[in-house]
Design a protein around this ligand. Structure first.
Ligand SMILES: [Zn+2]
Ligand SMILES: [Zn+2]
Length: 612
């Protein structure tokens, strides 16, 4: 390091204290140009009068224009001709050296420009909010219960690690313990003098676990979710100033500018909302693991049914020592998806939930005018009867026969609307259907609630008499590499709504399917053992990075030369599109190649972990 550059040690990482960690001399910067072909550091001369340090947003001349750039740190890589940093855009330090290390790992893992990663991880600045803030860390230290985790198998090891250690733990809370387990883990981290990040999949409705943490830690905790840009920026600055010890929020919370992080907790870790759809398409679970490594913190991946991805990592499994789940009964669906046993159980239940993943009242099977199988006239998609009208499930066009244009169909009745109808005819309590646009809500007193995936939010323990899981076979046969896993995760979440001595009845024609058996046993192990080889056979082994690469005609040959595990090529108009599956060890080489090919124009787009 040159003598012109003062130390950039841990003290330099207070984002709101521009007097500390001021750099001068040659520095490397990341220009705010989110393109792989420009994804490398550039060197500029920085004057100390700017007061800039690691994480400062500055202006630099770049290809004849002034562009914004983030200061990454001092550098020895000084070319002959070096331009000078022109100005400081903001007094705020947007990241410290640890979070920069996290961003670099993300850039490598997702083969995304560092500028893209930083752009996702730090909030857009609103200058008027950048006033001085006084850190007012509250004392904390209230004695708190460690929650149920202490009594779990390997729970002691988790609590010990939270105080002053690290490592990855997969936590399977009992259905009644989900929130208390999270509170206990956070408390243990705080008890060790460290801070905690809790990532939840959605903000609306507020997950019960998030509400419980906010309640338990009061002034020490902040809910970093929702709100407008100004509020979010204000909150981010307060977090950076050390005002809070616990940050609970949706995906971006994983980047929260806390220091002394002892715990990164991912709630319902398999939830699809934990993945960002925009580049760099990161998954909160993966970023949590990276942040845990960088910070020396404990990572807890929590779920009733841990994902294959979580289970395939090196981890310690923490779970109740005795089965906390209601017994699960398996029955054949019976006529029109109503088994006699389910009907009898419904009649005896005061509060019940019927999980029906298929919407609507039924599916058109045959055209009554011409006798041909029913299909959408516009796209040949499936036609569904929902709320009294028939529409295409693919293009949403009004239902018209593809053969003759008529709109009179024979309908096979199945779906949530039909379930609501027949449930009304068998029970004396109220029956409601949770429609797509309705907010998820708890089941009322003396009520049978019918709902699909949208109903399954973390609403806290529901203590129901009965949970019925309908149409299990349809869920298992949905398209997508992880469809079976998503089905099982949903069933576990539904089953968690039954009280310990209540009933769970699953209707299936495949009682020996490993997914069904996993639900019955209350453990996903058997499913994981069956599912992992199935994915490997399909060409997508668990834990193997997948990319969709778009580029020119040379692309296929270039990718082939990298010997990926799987390479599927398709063309669209003028572009070649390749699906690439890698060995994790090949990620670095692959990323270097993509950046080099982007400079040559052979690669135009790299998308990590596309939907399969
Ligand atoms: Zn259609
Ligand atoms: Zn017809």
């Amino acid at each position: 390091m040159s003598s012109a550059a003062p130390s950039a040690d841990a003290e330099a990482s207070v984002p709101n204290s521009p007097r500390e960690g001021v750099l001068s001399g040659p520095v490397s910067v990341c220009v705010d140009r989110p393109r792989l072909s420009l994804d490398r550091p550039f060197t500029y001369e920085l004057g100390s009068e700017l007061g800039a340090g690691i994480g400062s947003l500055v202006q630099v001349p770049f290809h004849g224009r002034l562009v914004r750039a983030w200061v990454l740190g001092p550098t020895d890589d000084v070319p002959e001709r070096v331009l000078t940093v022109r100005g400081l855009v903001s007094p705020v330090r947007f990241f410290d050296d640890r979070r920069l290390e996290l961003f670099r790992r993300m850039s490598e893992r997702y083969v995304a420009p560092l500028a893209t990663v930083i752009g996702r991880a730090v909030p857009p600045r609103i200058a008027s909010e950048e006033r001085e803030v006084t850190p007012s860390r509250s004392a904390g230290g209230r004695p708190r219960s460690e929650g149920p985790v202490g009594a779990y198998r390997h729970g002691g090891a988790l609590l010990d690690a939270l105080a002053d250690g690290d490592g990855t733990f997969v936590l399977r809370p009992g259905p009644a313990d989900e929130a208390a387990a999270a509170v206990g883990c956070v408390g243990a981290a705080l008890g060790g003098g460290r801070t905690a990040i809790v990532v939840v999949p959605d903000a609306e409705p507020l997950p019960a676990a998030a509400a419980a943490i906010a309640e338990a830690f009061g002034q020490d905790a902040v809910l970093f979710l929702g709100g407008d840009k100004r509020e979010r920026y204000r909150m981010w600055l307060d977090i950076a100033a050390g005002r809070y010890r616990v940050v609970v929020g949706t995906r971006p919370a994983v980047f929260a500018p806390l220091r002394d992080v002892g715990l990164v907790y991912v709630h319902q870790e398999g939830h699809p909302q934990h993945r960002d759809e925009r580049s760099p398409s990161y998954h909160a679970r993966d970023v949590a693991a990276m942040r845990g490594e960088v910070e020396g913190a404990v990572v807890v991946l929590s779920a009733f049914c841990p994902s294959l991805e979580a289970s395939s990592r090196e981890h310690v499994l923490v779970e109740p020592s005795a089965r906390p789940w209601a017994p699960v009964e398996v029955v054949r669906p019976g006529p029109e998806g109503r088994s006699p046993r389910l009907i009898r159980a419904l009649r005896e239940a005061a509060r019940a939930f019927l999980f029906e993943p298929v919407r609507g009242y039924g599916v058109a099977r045959v055209c009554r005018a011409c006798g041909e199988p029913a299909a959408c006239a516009s796209c040949r998609g499936m036609l569904r009867l929902e709320r009294g009208s028939i529409r295409c499930v693919v293009c949403e066009a009004p239902g018209r026969c593809a053969s003759c244009g008529a709109s009179d169909f024979g309908v096979v009745r199945r779906g949530a609307e039909r379930v609501e109808e027949w449930a009304r005819s068998v029970v004396s309590v109220a029956v409601s259907l949770l429609e797509r646009e309705d907010d998820a809500r708890p089941v009322g007193e003396r009520e049978v609630l019918v709902g699909g995936l949208d109903a399954l939010k973390d609403l806290g323990p529901q203590d129901l008499d009965l949970v019925g899981i309908l149409n299990a076979d349809a869920s298992l046969h949905r398209p997508g590499v992880d469809a079976r896993e998503r089905a099982l995760t949903a069933w576990f979440e539904a089953a968690a709504w039954a009280r310990r001595d209540g009933r769970v009845i699953v209707q299936t024609n495949a009682p020996n399917d490993p997914a069904i058996q996993a639900l019955v046993s209350g453990r996903p192990d058997r499913f994981h053992r069956a599912e992992a080889p199935r994915r490997a056979e399909a060409g997508f082994p668990v834990g193997a990075p997948v990319f969709r690469v778009t580029g020119g005609p040379e692309l296929e040959g270039e990718l082939h030369a990298l010997s990926p595990r799987t390479l599927l090529v398709s063309g669209a108009e003028d572009a070649t599109i390749c699906l690439v599956v890698l060995d994790p060890a090949g990620l670095g080489t692959f990323g270097d190649a993509m950046r080099r090919l982007a400079v040559r124009g052979v690669v135009t787009r790299v998308e990590a972990e596309p939907h399969l």
